[in-house]
Design a protein. Structure first.
Length: 561
């Protein structure tokens, strides 16, 4: 969102604008700096201290960011407070004369000041400064080590683990919990490890990639037990570490590192370091990319045998089948498939393979068995098997089966993958089509479920049965429903729709207050105008002005109709 500084008040929500102004006037901006030319950073004190960053170009904000949790709009009150500060105290856009004697002398940016100081400070002074601050400021020390620890000659997984552990413990503090705001420090201090690992990967220093990724995996996984990950920051580091390991497994690494990485993955799985998380099984996939022989495949296959839990077991069985196909004979593969065909992933693969090979008899048998297996416990999955039966019937041009399966899926439309309505229309004789639809309507109407009501509505629209659609609307009246059906009914029922809108709007304005609700009401008034209801709209506006003169926001919105 680009925000011109000389007209930002017209672009921001009124409530947020007032709150931001109150923050500015109340002195909530406790620190403000120009980081470099056109880039600003400020600390705004609210419920907590929040950092706001702005980038200005040609007297307009082109980038803005605040680390508060506000997500209800493009701009929060902290950003607005900083814009007021920037406009009035820094850029002085409100000055009447550019030559005003009170005009402040522009201070140098933080970036300029830092560059000048680095030139002036001696090498020894800089060393002393870093040493002294590493002693007394743990956060500074952690960030320094994370940024430059890769220059140390004695790197190992344990070396990086200690650094990451120290970052997490510092963030946790005395109460042992990393709160939402503390997570900002964790991200800032931990990000350099990923950056350095990516550099190592490019330079083919693969051993340090292994050290950093495994250290991150273990320490960050533990941190889930004592950290607020509502922003997904810990998850991001785990995913990044897994991606690093995966990249590493695909590189041409030394046989020693390949073996070490493989053994680490197997050991992490057996020790259950990541049990309960997706990467508990994911680590075996990485091990699979490192396999050199059947013996190593057997090690992974044995690990997969120990997996418990329905979801995890299905995942493990699917991966086991991949390994069997690569390293075992066809007989072993077929025995495993037959034994574990209730696994939906395996069943789907087998149906796909049979369909591609035009082995329709096997595909039909597998799909029907899937329906029997899953209809009660996994009805959504059973509908997938019906879709396969329909797909096969279409290829075979088996009209009775096409009609049977498409009819079922038209009614049970959850997870629709095909246009069942059109399939039916293409396969039913024209003179039988309307009686067929009437039977469906008769069947689903008593069930009185939303999905069935929507199915009937779509039938009315497809067949252009506008009288029945209008009757259905009157039985389910709401402003949203009127609008949803308006495009179909406007030609024949414009007067009736205007009246329905009018009745509902009178109740709506009486019941709901606030600018957002008034804007909604006025949108419906404009819809009434498009239907030709100018007189009715003017009548309603006059009514609202008489009944609610104290609602200033409503009066304001009514002028825009």
């Amino acid at each position: 969102m680009r925000i011109p500084l000389n007209e930002f008040e017209q672009l921001i929500d009124e409530t947020i604008l007032k709150r931001g102004l109150a923050y500015f006037k109340g002195g909530a901006i406790t620190d403000f700096s120009e980081i470099s030319n056109g880039e600003y950073e400020a600390i705004v004190s609210g419920t907590e201290d929040y950092t706001v960053q702005l980038e200005v170009e040609n007297n307009a904000i082109i980038e803005h960011n605040c680390d508060c949790p506000y997500d209800m709009g493009a701009v929060c009150k902290h950003v607005v407070a900083v814009i007021f500060h920037l406009q009035q105290d820094e850029l002085e856009l409100n000055e009447s004369s550019p030559n005003s004697p009170e005009k402040k002398k522009k201070t140098k940016s933080v970036n300029q000041q830092v560059k000048e100081l680095l030139k002036a400070i001696s090498h020894n002074e800089l060393i002393e400064f870093v040493e002294e601050n590493c002693k007394k400021d743990k956060k500074f020390r952690n960030y320094f080590l994370a940024s430059f620890g890769h220059l140390n000659q004695n790197q190992s997984k344990e070396f990086y683990q200690k650094q990451i552990h120290s970052i997490l413990q510092t963030a946790a503090g005395r109460d042992g919990w990393i709160g939402w705001s503390d997570m900002k420090y964790v991200v800032k201090a931990t990000e350099p490890f990923l950056e350095n690992a990516e550099k190592y990967l490019q330079k083919k220093n693969f051993e340090n990639v292994f050290f950093i990724s495994t250290a991150l995996l273990e320490e960050i996984t533990k941190a889930f037990q004592f950290g607020d990950d509502s922003n997904g920051d810990l998850g991001y580091f785990v995913e990044s570490a897994m991606e690093l390991l995966s990249k590493l497994s695909k590189e041409e690494i030394s046989s020693a590192l390949k073996q070490e990485t493989f053994e680490y993955c197997i050991s992490a799985f057996k020790q259950k370091l990541f049990e309960g998380w997706d990467w508990h099984l994911g680590i075996l996939h990485i091990a699979g990319d490192l396999i050199d022989n059947e013996n190593e495949a057997d090690i992974i296959l044995n690990c997969l045998e120990s997996v418990n839990g329905e979801y995890e077991r299905e995942y493990a069985q699917s991966y086991k089948l991949e390994l069997l196909r690569q390293y075992k004979n066809q007989k072993d593969v077929e025995e495993f498939i037959n034994k574990n065909i209730s696994n939906s992933k395996i069943r789907k693969q087998e149906i796909e393979k049979a369909f591609e090979n035009q082995n329709f008899e096997r595909a039909i048998a597998l799909a029907k068995d899937g329906i029997t297996c899953d209809e009660q416990s996994k009805p959504g999955l059973a509908k997938d098997w019906y879709d396969w039966l329909l797909k096969i019937a279409l290829v075979q041009n088996d009209k009775p089966k096409i009609i049977e399966y498409a009819r079922f899926r038209l009614i049970e439309n959850f997870g629709a993958t095909q246009d069942y309505y059109q399939i039916l229309k293409n396969n039913i004789e024209p003179e039988k089509w309307h009686p067929f639809l009437e039977e469906i309507i008769k069947e689903v109407t008593p069930k009185n479920r939303w999905t069935y009501t929507e199915l009937i509505r779509k039938v009315y629209i497809k067949e252009e049965w506008w009288d029945r659609l209008f009757l259905m609307l009157k039985q389910n009246l709401s402003l949203e429903n009127i609008q949803e059906n308006e495009q179909y009914l406007a030609k024949d029922y414009s007067a009736e729709l205007i009246e329905l809108y009018s009745e509902r709007l009178t109740n709506y304005v009486e019941k709901y207050v606030g600018r957002n609700n008034y804007q909604t009401a006025c949108r419906y008034l404009r819809r009434m105008k498009k239907l030709g209801g100018n007189d009715k709209v003017n009548e309603l506006i006059e009514l609202f002005r008489k009944q609610y003169p104290q609602r200033k926001a409503l009066m304001d919105e009514l002028t825009r109709v």
